[in-house]
Design a binder for this molecule. Structure first.
Ligand SMILES: Nc1ncnc2c1ncn2[C@@H]1O[C@H](COP(=O)(O)OP(=O)(O)OP(=O)(O)O)[C@@H](O)[C@H]1O
Ligand SMILES: [Mg+2]
Length: 201
């Protein structure tokens, strides 16, 4: 880190910002295997919240890899760095008052814990959502044909096949997407946001 930098605070407090915007910034961190439904749920949730006139925005794995993280691969170190940057970006969005929805496999417990700590150090709420479906189910879905390629040995370091996925031990929300519809998963998250006063109805 450079030594010649000084943090410059803003002229508006977080609670003033929340008051004016009528919502509290929060990060909703979706984690799960490829094909578990993170992007599908993130899109539906974002649409639902914006239609309710909430400031919500989605950060999605592949999309971020087209830009900010286009220099990163899929080996463990690159995945660590991928999640570190997303954690920082999500924190900035949450600080701005946004309901920030991230959709990254984020397979390592440690990386997710770091993203959580980053938020908690700044007193920003972090909601870990385990988007869960058994490997057989996501492999049968295979929406991008990636499992087929991974089984054929055409993709290395593929989560669930040739790279690990460390499931959350105590996520705030656990969604079994082989049992629930997309609408039910969205409603579960929205109910959580309402119950905890992150958004008002
Ligand atoms: N309850 C559900 N919730 C979410 N997706 C579901 C559900 N039931 C079936 N699906 C289907 O599962 C697939 C999930 O694909 P999606 O691209 O959202 O996964 P992903 O977790 O974002 O994967 P990746 O990590 O590769 O980006 C879609 O084809 C979706 O229609
Ligand atoms: Mg996705």
């Amino acid at each position: 880190m450079s030594s010649n930098i000084t943090y410059h605070s803003g002229s508006i407090t977080r609670s003033e910002r929340s008051g004016f915007l009528k919502q509290t910034g929060v990060t909703i961190w979706l984690t799960g295997l490829s094909g578990s439904g993170k992007s599908t749920i993130a899109c539906a949730l974002e649409q639902h919240l914006v239609q309710l006139r909430k400031f919500a925005y989605r950060l999605d794995g592949d999309n971020i890899r087209f830009g900010l993280n286009k220099d990163l691969g899929f080996d463990e170190k690159s995945r660590n760095e991928n999640i570190r940057r997303i954690g920082e970006v999500a924190k900035l969005f949450a600080d701005s008052g946004c309901v920030t929805i991230t959709a990254f496999i984020s397979p390592y417990k440690n990386d997710r814990a770091e993203a959580r700590q980053l938020h908690e150090k700044s007193s920003l709420p972090f909601i870990e959502v385990f988007v869960d479906a058994p490997l057989q189910v996501v492999e049968a879905r295979d929406p991008k044909g990636l499992y087929k390629k991974a089984r054929a040995g055409e993709i290395k370091d593929f989560t669930g096949v040739s790279a690990p996925y460390e499931a959350p031990g105590a996520p705030e929300i656990h969604l079994k997407t082989d049992e629930l519809s997309v609408e039910q998963t969205v409603q579960t998250i929205v109910d959580y946001l309402l119950t905890h006063n992150f958004v008002s109805s």
